[in-house]
Write a protein that binds this ligand. Sequence first.
Ligand SMILES: [Zn+2]
Length: 295
Amino acid sequence: MRAAYAPLGSGTEVARTEVLTTRKREDRFDRSRRIPWFDLERTRSSRALVVGAGALGNEVVKDLVLSGVGHITVVDMDRVVRSNLNRCVLFTEQDAERGRMKAEAVAEAASRLDPVAEVEPLTERVEDLGEGVFDRRDVVVGCVDNLAARVHINANTYHLGVPYVDGGTMGLMGKVQVVVPPRTSCVECTLNASHYRVIEQRYSCTGAGVTFVEPKLASEVTTTALVAAVEAREAMKLLNGRPDLVVSNLFYYDGNRNVSDVLEVAVNPACPNHRAPGARRGAASRSAAAKGRGG
Ligand SMILES: [Zn+2]
């Protein structure tokens, strides 16, 4: 009977050394370079903002780092708890025990995936992020769990002309909307009066945040991983200068039946971002106004 593994003699030792040397020399992005639109230099110099470091944020940051994105800022003001661990690939039991900031835990773990990438944590409330945080980004990826945060990100990015990829899940259902201003419709194009009432519930009349108990929704890793992967892939196309390839512009996924669809959302003439020239700036400040802070 032949041994499963030949003992290392002088001949096999030389061959083994050659294999190891070749492996060391092999380009990390060899397989990525074989994708026609992938440009490593462009990807390495790109700046992405990921808003939310929960289940979607974990997956999106992991995917963007592994894809070679050079500069990522990840925003979240929450701390890791044990119930996050069924779907957050970058969190550990120790993070939950220590109650680490989610953004810091994600940034540190992502940096280990690719030490060349700069991954910076930002521990702020989404609704407090000013234009300066969104400005000079090549893409913003939304991984948030509430409408008020979505509207705030959408208004700022639309005003600044920064592409925004918004994702969300509910149980085994998910969606991704790609907003490329000024070409496409935006997140607010899909909203009606009842949506805005939900947003107003989050704030008191004085503008201070009120205690708002969010219902705990079902969430599991296969749906969040799939939706986040679509977000990251569309973000990569945008970072590589190929907005012509992104989904136009709403992707739906139903994991119960394992079906997906794409729906093109028309520009809503009543949307504050599209109403009139200059309306976009007003929209950017409207989520602040909803908190009683004026423009
Ligand atoms: Zn709109």
